[in-house]
Design a protein around this ligand. Structure first.
Ligand code: PMT
Length: 421
């Protein structure tokens, strides 16, 4: 278990933001605990925070220079603020004062910390800390709601005795509680390890259907979602085979990759791997049709052309066929499909779930800006065949890699027992 803990936390890059609250003294303990868990920690302090705790303390605890100013030529000559924003896997602000929350809720970038938050696509977490009346104030509550809508995860605040003598909500969560929220617990890791011994097959990316030797039919899939799933599955100890169409992505470490081009090649590779497959995930954007007779030589435009008529024929439905070959005795493989829709998401996804006889479907709206095809983020509605969770489970916009964790976790938790394997 210790290995798993360090594997998941080791090297995790955490940017700790500290703003001007008395709870800033607890940030030193937070930095220490994160370092002990194997994380890389860099600290950014607001000007006011330095009145409560010195940068030197944090530098000594993290072994890294502490950044305090946006306009610091020396610091910008090293890891500039944009690199720092890109460097972080997670930004955690503890304590987050009412003023900082208000500025961030407005999207302001008037110091280093707020600028980093705007520039970073990292997971973002904050631990509010303020007087109970300030926390209860409608303006702060509005800001907290706005920040949560913008993707921030709020930890706390706790309730109790306050440094100012008041009693009520507004205390920063204890550093141990913040770490417990940030890093997976041994119990969670034990659950995550459930992919050990399983073979997971994932299709990803687009297919290309040739029209002639230089042209093809395809779509905008980048493969990012499928690759994120492969990484999430391999991190949980599964043997993963990734069948992918033409994409420009590096293969996640430990994943076996099979490159294909057409839907028929993807179909053939998928069926070939079915014998020992426990979980099949169809994330590829497979072309439903291909040219009936691709031209042997490059199609030529003629001056007297009125246009060109292509006759398309249907490609095999890979995932429907995989599901139809499910072993009746073992229920294997467990089949997860995706549904890429631009309207009536749930209705179309439910139809695909039933028609293709899938166990689970991940429905994503590919018409939303910044989500779906090609983007780094996605959101999804999960639906199950057995009606488990009638209304489905809605996963809000988040990095594809994080969404992949949730999809793999939900699929694993429903996998039939492996006793016959
Ligand atoms: O690759 P990215 O840029 O990261 O984008 C991710 C994504 C939007 C491609 C991904 O999240 C997604 O939605 N993948 C499925 C795309 C798709 O083709 O959806 P569909 O609704 O047309 O197909 C439904 C299901 O049937 C899918 O599991 C698909 O893989 C499968 N299918 C479809 C046609 C076919 N001939 N064979 C299939 O197996």
């Amino acid at each position: 278990m210790a290995t798993l803990t360090s594997n998941r936390s080791a090297g995790r890059r955490i940017l700790l933001g500290i703003s001007a609250g008395i709870a800033a003294y607890k940030s030193a303990q937070l930095a220490r605990l994160l370092k002990q868990a194997g994380c890389e920690v860099r600290v950014v302090m607001t000007e006011g925070a330095q009145a409560f705790i010195t940068p030197l303390t944090l530098q000594a605890l993290t072994g890294e220079p502490v950044r305090t100013s946006l306009l610091d030529p020396e610091a910008e000559a090293g890891m500039g603020h944009i690199e720092l924003a890109r460097w972080a896997d997670t930004i955690v602000i503890a304590p987050a004062t009412a003023d900082l929350m208000a500025r961030m809720a407005q999207g302001m970038a008037d110091d280093l910390l707020t600028t980093l938050c705007l520039a970073s696509e990292a997971e973002k977490v904050l631990a509010p800390a303020m007087n109970q009346a300030m926390w209860r104030h409608p303006a702060t509550q509005r800001n907290a709601t706005r920040l949560a809508q913008d993707g921030w995860r709020l930890l706390g605040p706790d309730s109790g005795d306050q440094a100012c003598g008041d009693v009520g909500p507004g205390r920063m969560l204890e550093p141990e509680a913040i770490v417990a929220e940030l890093l997976p617990s041994p119990a969670a890791l034990a659950q995550e390890a459930t992919a050990q011994g399983l073979h997971v097959v994932i299709t990803a990316g687009p297919t290309r259907e040739p029209l002639d030797p230089v042209r093809y039919l395809s779509n905008h899939s980048s493969g990012k979602m499928g690759f994120a799933l492969a990484d999430a599955a391999v991190q949980r100890g599964a043997r993963v085979t990734l069948i992918c169409g033409p994409v420009a992505l590096a293969t996640p470490a430990g994943v076996e990759r099979l490159d294909v081009e057409t839907a028929r090649q993807m179909h053939e590779a998928s069926l070939r791997l079915l014998d020992d497959c426990d979980l099949f995930i169809g994330c590829a954007a497979v072309a439903d049709y291909r040219a009936e007779a691709p031209a042997e030589h490059k199609l030529k435009k003629r001056d007297d052309d009125e246009g060109l008529t292509l006759r398309l024929v249907k490609n095999p439905d890979i995932i429907a066929e995989v599901a139809s070959r499910r072993d009746a005795a073992t229920g294997r493989p467990f089949v997860v499909g995706f549904a890429a829709e631009t309207r009536d998401l749930e209705a179309y996804a439910r139809d695909k779930l039933a028609r293709k006889r899938l166990d689970m479907i991940v429905a994503n709206d590919v018409s939303s800006a910044g989500l779906g095809f090609g983007s780094d983020d996605n959101a999804a509605l999960l639906l199950w065949r057995d009606g488990d969770g009638e209304g489905g489970e809605s996963l809000p916009p988040q990095p594809k890699r994080r969404l992949a964790d949730a999809v793999i976790e939900r699929a694993l938790s429903r996998l039939p027992s492996r006793h016959t394997h």
